[in-house]
Design a binder for this molecule. Structure first.
Ligand code: NI
Length: 183
């Protein structure tokens, strides 16, 4: 459909709590999802949330076979997730566990930071046809889902950075990624 502009940090539309989708399998919803996918692909992103295109709806897309921006990351299933709910899950010892890992964001170009996320989650929601999605995820998959769903609550990853010594320019932190991935 179309590659749209991605809003950057500082735009108040990134700080809204997104509205739930109430009608599935509509031309408008399919058009929005096509634009999200096209815009994410053009930016080589691991995920994109509707608020990043200025659309106040609870819709995210994510997933890749191989990510140029995160070359060490394992594949994440390509997914459209609507009205998501995330529940942290305990590890085998019965404890809720966090993992620290590097994140970037298409709305925060040129920077990366270390963010703590739940290591293991269950996420539920709906696909574009209104069919339920119910998955358990861990590692980078769980991180991507939590990052994208944060956008639906007006949260950008720098708001979750705890140690600002672990926050900086991608080109300095990861020079091997090259200029194309400096966002
Ligand atoms: Ni983001």
């Amino acid at each position: 459909m179309a590659v749209r502009e991605i809003l950057k940090m500082g735009d108040p539309r990134l700080l809204r709590v997104a509205q739930a989708v109430t009608a599935f399998d509509t031309p408008e919803l399919h058009a929005l999802i096509a634009d999200l996918k096209d815009t994410m692909a053009a930016a080589q992103g691991a995920g994109l949330a509707a608020p990043q295109m200025g659309v106040d709806l609870s819709v995210v897309v994510f997933g890749f076979g191989r990510s140029q921006r995160y070359p060490d990351a394992p594949a994440v299933p390509e997914t459209v997730l609507i009205n998501p709910v995330i529940t942290p899950l305990p590890n085998e010892a019965g404890e809720l566990q966090e993992e620290a890992g590097w994140e970037g964001c298409l709305s925060v170009p040129g920077l990366r930071g270390v963010v703590h996320r739940h290591a293991r989650i269950r996420y539920t929601g709906f696909d574009p046809m209104g069919q339920p999605i119910d998955r358990i995820a861990e590692g980078f998959h769980a991180r991507v889902v939590q990052h994208e769903c944060d956008h639906l609550f007006g949260k950008l990853y720098p708001m979750r950075v705890r140690d600002f010594r672990l926050f900086g320019y991608t080109s300095v932190l990861f020079p091997g990624l090259g200029a194309d991935s400096d966002d």
